[in-house]
Design a protein around this ligand. Structure first.
Ligand code: ATR
Length: 296
């Protein structure tokens, strides 16, 4: 039987990064397109840093609808975009481009993905909460802006390199007016800060496969059951940090939901539609099963 899933009418989208071999975005987007009844095919493309400009021109020339952008291109891509959304401007990185007749639009859907998944997975919100963000890289930046916008009362950036935490706090304060607090990960204050906050969010790669034995907090650190711990890592699904938090009775969530919802947000931008809630949930469930079947 002939395979007519891709025809001359099929619209195209891609994820670019280096590496992209382990990306699950193709499974996510191709499943989402099928559920939405869209004739769209989504492929992973490995692009070297020095070929980014040529690759973007190529996607435009070939009429791609849009492209997701991942490590290491999220910052560099900004200079190839004609219009940058307010969010992407704030974060200083683009993870989604939309190729329009009148040029390339750049967006960042990480913050939206994080907030949607946090709400759904934990059933709670940031209003009047004290939030500790572990790490001060790109993901921490998106999340810091989001939690301030969502009404967090106090935001603490705890990072190995204090100067990076200070820079992030200053950047977010400048735009939002909120007073964020930088703390060094090696300071004596760290245990108190983590032990007394409402929400801990890990944005560092510590604990991610294959570094599964490590934790971004002290091994003897105890949480209280009223705390919520979110790890943006989804491989493994239960990092040592999340295992510890679960053992202490905390509400926990991993980063698979963030990945799913940032992808859904990108699709909504490309297609100019809203994905219904039941399709979001179904897609998220499918991805959980997919990860489980793949042995993650
Ligand atoms: P991304 O942009 O994807 O968030 P990143 O920019 O590499 O990733 O940021 C990762 C964050 O995790 C950084 O804040 C980094 O700390 P430094 O600012 O000190 O570099 C933190 N991080 C990375 N590896 C770490 C480790 N082994 N221990 C503690 N923190 C680590």
């Amino acid at each position: 039987m002939t395979d007519d899933r891709i025809t001359g009418k099929t619209r195209l989208a891609a994820v670019i990064g280096n590496p992209v071999e382990h990306s699950i975005s193709p499974q996510l987007h191709n499943t989402l397109s099928r559920y939405m009844g869209t004739d769209l095919a989504y492929i992973p493309v490995k692009v070297e840093k020095e070929m980014l400009d040529t690759a973007v021109q190529g996607f435009c020339a070939m009429g791609f609808v849009g492209v997701n952008v991942t490590i290491p291109h999220k910052k560099e891509i900004v200079s190839f975009v004609d219009r940058v959304s307010d969010e992407a401007q704030l974060v200083g990185a683009v993870n989604t481009i939309k190729i329009c007749r009148h040029g390339i639009e750049g967006y960042n859907t990480d913050g939206e993905g994080f907030v949607r998944s946090f709400r759904e997975d934990t059933g709670s919100s940031f209003g009047n909460k004290t939030v500790v963000i572990l790490g001060a890289g790109g993901a921490a930046r998106s999340i810091a802006f989001s939690v301030v916008r969502e009404g967090a009362a106090n935001v603490i950036i705890l990072n190995r390199t204090l100067s990076k935490a200070e820079q992030l706090c200053t950047a977010v304060s400048k735009v939002t007016g909120a007073a964020l607090k930088p703390v060094a990960a090696c300071s004596a204050e760290r245990k108190d800060v983590i032990g007394t906050c409402d929400i801990v969010i890990n944005t560092t790669p510590v604990g991610m496969y294959p570094d599964t034995e490590n934790m971004p907090v002290d091994v003897d650190m105890a949480f209280s059951s009223s705390q919520t711990v979110y790890d943006i890592i989804y491989n493994p699904p239960r990092t040592r940090l999340l295992q510890k938090a679960e053992n202490c009775g905390c509400m926990t969530a991993n980063g698979l939901g963030m990945l799913v919802y940032q992808g859904i947000a990108a699709y909504e931008i490309w297609m100019d539609i809203i994905v219904p809630g039941q399709i979001c949930t179904r897609l998220y469930d499918d991805l959980k099963k997919y990860m489980l079947n793949k042995g993650f």
